[in-house]
Design a protein around this ligand. Structure first.
Ligand code: PGA
Length: 250
């Protein structure tokens, strides 16, 4: 059985002080199932977040990391530092990073390997653009992104990887994929993982992301292939996030 996961991608929101306040609210959430809750604040808020979640059921994630161990990479953060702060998950290859920060399948792959090497777990984002969707090549795009990200990952490591299927046209737009479409695309992604790793693919968690919120979480989560959500906007308001976590009962 795959443990459901709801992860909040806070993006460039919440200062360290605001992070502490939001986590204090999130600690009051009582999930009705064994859903794993992950919060992913900005890098500069991780220290404050880490202290605040100690002893709670919340798990800590980062939004990016560099693929080198250390050196002349001004402005970047390395895996060792995230690990030291208690970071367990690292979001990689988010479409905003691909679009604005020149992230490529190749750099995503390097980061995936480095995160795993450091004993953390990548949340790998894949997703098609509107144009690609309209051209009918969604499955090709997301399967290629998935396979490229997982190059060199071992069979032992694959179940530490989480994939987030996030159609680019659905992120922050209020438009979601229909639950059935998301389920179908996620099944295709699982097929791609199966091509590489065999049946252990059944144990890999694949999330949906893109305008998932308290209104549509229930429907999305009732799909057999959807193991959770990567939540942007709705993760910044404790009440909404609580509802997403609890609508994800199965
Ligand atoms: P959204 O963002 O929920 O605000 O659409 C999701 C994401 O980008 O991970």
């Amino acid at each position: 059985m795959r443990r459901p996961m709801i992860a909040g991608n806070w993006k460039m929101n919440k200062t360290p002080a605001e992070t502490v306040a939001l986590i204090q609210e999130l600690k009051k959430i009582h999930p009705r199932t064994n859903v794993e809750i992950v919060v992913c604040p900005m890098t500069v808020s991780l220290f404050a977040a880490s202290a605040q979640i100690k002893g709670s059921e919340l798990h800590l994630g980062a939004q990016n990391v560099h693929f080198e161990d250390k050196g002349a990479f001004t402005g970047e953060a390395n895996c060792a530092s995230l690990k030291e702060l208690g970071v367990e998950y690292v979001i990689l290859g988010h479409s905003e990073r691909r679009q604005y920060f020149a992230e490529t399948d190749e750099t995503v792959n390097k980061k995936v390997l480095k995160v795993l090497e450091n004993g953390m777990k990548p949340i790998i984002c894949v997703g098609e653009s509107l144009e690609q969707k309209q051209t009918g090549i969604t499955n090709e795009v997301v399967c290629l992104q998935t396979k490229a990200a997982l190059c060199g990952v071992s069979t032992a490591q694959i179940t530490d990887c989480v994939i987030a299927y996030e159609p680019v046209w659905a992120i922050g737009t209020g438009m979601t994929a229909t639950a059935a479409d998301a389920n179908r695309t996620i099944a295709a992604i699982r097929g791609a993982i199966k091509d590489m790793f065999g049946y252990v693919a059944e144990n890999v968690r694949i999330l949906y992301g893109g305008s998932m919120n308290d209104k549509n979480a229930n429907e999305l989560m009732s799909q057999p292939e959807i193991d959770g959500g990567l939540i942007g906007g709705a993760s910044l308001v404790a009440e909404k996030f609580d509802k997403v976590v609890n609508y994800s009962d199965r």
